[in-house]
Ligand binder design. Structure first.
Ligand SMILES: *[C@@H]1O[C@H](CO)[C@@H](O)[C@H](O)[C@H]1NC(C)=O
Ligand SMILES: *[C@@H]1O[C@H](CO)[C@@H](O)[C@H](O)[C@H]1NC(C)=O
Ligand SMILES: *[C@@H]1O[C@H](CO)[C@@H](O)[C@H](O)[C@H]1NC(C)=O
Length: 631
């Protein structure tokens, strides 16, 4: 198949191959192929030459009136001949030069490329949106609809307008803010679900202080539930949702009991718990939920919401590049959905931490001086603010998007919500200067800081509506190494666990959802330690915590590799004492056709160059996987 000139697009090929892998039926293949839009002629040519020589291609291209030729990686002698410019007056001439080119003896074949329409996802003109809201700050809420306010990037937003237009505003969904709350500006409150664990009474009202320390919950709640059309402040992501408050941070010390009580408060009434707190983000703390809180979380996902599971949304942390959110056992737990933040032009915020457990991102302030680049929301004392900030501001936006999804489909489980986040989040126009975007084993793009991209409310409610709950989940201890291995600066320790993922047993995990690596290691300096793990499919995750996680849904059988080393100037040593690998996932395939659709749309969005680069890899991967399945 490689090396033959293609009439269709590179895109078509990937989709077909993937479908073959996914379903093995030709009927599905046809359906998808016909979804490709009819194109209009472009002046771009796919030219195959008898000789695979770049200089000759360039010379031919200029001779026949093209700007130049670029070698394509799809086969021998294939080149992209591109025009000098796109002015229409040239098209007659280019038609003639195409005919002459076709007759040149050095040319094997010429295929004209169709031009088809690809809209920037999420880009909309504010005037095109039938959202007429009178709330004065609405136009400053760029995270809802980004038209380029405050020097932002148009289209880089949560795409809530689409969800609202489909009729989803969070009706009947209860979100609780684990913080403190005074939300007279929110449309609907669920007072019964509120509680004050800081002073043990049912009234979670903030203690008024001069330093605005207690504004947190009010600001967070406003982002989700601020009423629409009341002429006050702005609008919440899920402006018809019910909001409750749990005051639990306003005492000198946190206790396991307060945490556990908060997290397990009224799990049959509360759908979503939004937490924008965690261990100190000082770059040297490794901490997480204690015994009771862990149990409360496990009970929440297993028994909350009538067994569908409580949704825990977590801010990934504000420690900046010196911290690693995998060291935060709340954010890195597989039971929470941890959310990072992007700023209004798609860059990372200065306070963002990166880690493998971040699932997706929403928006917050950071880097920009423009006072309107912050998050506009409700504030204490009946005021509004334009300056809500940090990943604290990002997590509630996610809670709002999840409320819209639950309204669209009440049957979504806590795992469905994670799958939906992975499948519908978009790279959009995010850029991270430190970590590259990569594809995991099933071809989904992810980034070590942003996760799978920004949440897309419109995409999420549409998929949620059609969603079938993922198959039953199984847990497998894939392998364990329990002997001491020395680690030293200057040479890294490489360990491998070869696993059958409990194949042949009741708890066989065929399709992976979460991976946990339980690692016990001592070191002369913990901060210099770095740990990476690579899956059998070649997805590398950078770990540091004791309970890391990666989201991947391909076959977990094969060899997992752990690399442990030191970075830093001083020589360090340590001992790895245990590595146990836990796999969690399903035995039957989840949503194969959804994945293919998503892959298709993500490819459509990515830049052409990247697409071409990745084409080869994707084809290889698909073929490999096809072959291994046939074995
Ligand atoms: C909040 O509103 C009050 C009354 O409208 C006003 O006096 C006060 O300055 C405002 N505070 C802030 C921080 O904007
Ligand atoms: C780590 O543990 C080993 C074996 O238990 C011990 O010999 C060593 O002194 C410890 N090293 C550090 C840096 O604590
Ligand atoms: C882990 O991966 C990071 C990023 O690719 C790299 O800089 C680091 O050296 C790796 N560490 C080990 C121990 O392999």
């Amino acid at each position: 198949m490689r090396g033959s000139p293609r009439h269709g697009t590179a895109l078509g090929l990937i989709v077909l191959l993937l479908l073959l892998v996914a379903t093995n039926t030709t009927s599905t293949t046809t359906t998808t192929a016909t979804q490709l839009a009819q194109g209009v002629p472009s002046e771009h040519l796919l030219v195959q030459l008898h000789e695979d020589v770049q200089e000759q291609a360039h010379q031919l291209a200029t001779q026949y009136g093209f700007q130049s030729a670029r070698k394509l990686p799809f086969g021998e002698g294939l080149f992209h001949f591109y025009p000098q410019d796109t002015s229409k007056s040239r098209s007659k001439r280019s038609a003639r030069s195409r005919q002459r080119l076709q007759k040149d003896p050095r040319v094997k074949s010429v295929v004209e490329q169709d031009g088809f329409s690809r809209q920037k996802r999420g880009y909309r003109n504010l005037n095109d949106i039938e959202v007429n809201l009178n709330d004065p700050l609405f136009s400053k809420q760029w995270y809802l609809i980004n038209t380029g306010q405050a020097d932002g990037t148009p289209g880089l937003d949560l795409n809530v307008a689409e969800a609202w237009q489909l009729g989803y505003t969070g009706k009947g969904v209860t979100i609780v803010f684990l913080s403190f709350l005074n939300a007279p500006l929110c449309s609907f409150q669920n007072a019964d679900a509120s509680y004050d664990f800081s002073s043990n009474d049912p009234y979670p009202f903030p203690r008024y202080t001069d330093d605005w320390f207690n504004s947190h919950g009010t600001r967070c709640a406003g982002e989700v539930s601020a009423a629409a059309n009341n002429n006050i402040c702005g609008v919440g992501v899920a402006y018809n949702s019910l909001v409750a408050g749990i005051r639990m941070l306003d005492q000198p010390f946190m206790t396991d009991i307060i945490e556990a009580s908060s997290i397990s408060h009224m799990p049959q009434v509360i759908d979503i718990y939004s937490a924008s707190w965690g261990p100190t983000d000082d770059g040297k703390t490794v901490d997480g939920p204690r015994e009771l809180t862990l149990q409360a979380m496990a009970d929440g996902v297993n028994k909350g919401r009538g067994g569908k599971g409580s949704i825990y949304v977590w801010a990934s942390g504000d420690g900046g590049s010196y911290d690693d959110c995998n060291c935060d056992g709340y954010a890195s737990s597989m039971w929470t959905i941890s959310i990072n933040s992007a700023i209004n032009d798609g860059r990372t915020a200065l306070y963002d931490e990166s880690c493998s457990s971040t699932l997706a991102s929403t928006f917050s302030n950071g880097r920009k001086r423009n006072p309107e680049a912050g998050v506009a929301t409700t504030d204490l004392y009946g005021n509004c603010t334009l300056r809500h900030s940090g990943t604290s501001a990002a997590a509630p936006e996610a809670a709002g998007v999840f409320a819209l999804a639950i309204e669209a489909n009440r049957d979504l489980t806590w795992r469905d919500m994670q799958h939906l986040s992975v499948l519908t989040s978009k790279r959009n126009q995010l850029h991270d200067e430190v970590h590259q975007w990569r594809r995991n084993g099933v071809g989904l793009e992810f980034n070590h800081l942003f996760g799978y991209g920004v949440l897309d409310a419109g995409g999420m409610v549409k998929m949620a509506k059609e969603w079938k709950t993922v198959p039953e989940r199984f847990h497998c201890v894939a392998g364990t190494i329990q002997e001491n291995h020395k680690i030293q600066s200057g040479s890294k320790l490489v360990l491998a666990i070869d696993t059958e993922a409990c194949q042949g047993k009741d708890n066989f995990v065929r399709y992976l959802e979460h991976v946990q690596a339980v690692i016990t290691v001592n070191a002369s300096r913990r901060g210099d330690l770095n740990i990476n793990m690579t899956s059998p499919m070649g997805t590398k995750s950078i770990l540091l915590s004791r309970r890391p996680r990666d989201e991947d849904s391909k076959d977990p059988r094969g060899t997992w590799v752990l690399e442990v080393g030191f970075r830093g100037d001083e020589p360090q040593r340590g001992v790895l004492k245990e590595w146990t690998l836990m796999l969690h996932g399903t035995q039957s395939a989840p949503y194969i056709d959804q994945i293919v659709r998503d892959y298709q749309s993500k490819l459509a969005m990515s830049k052409k160059e990247e697409l071409e680069e990745e084409l080869d890899e994707a084809v290889e991967r698909s073929l490999k996987s096809l072959m291994s399945k046939n074995n």
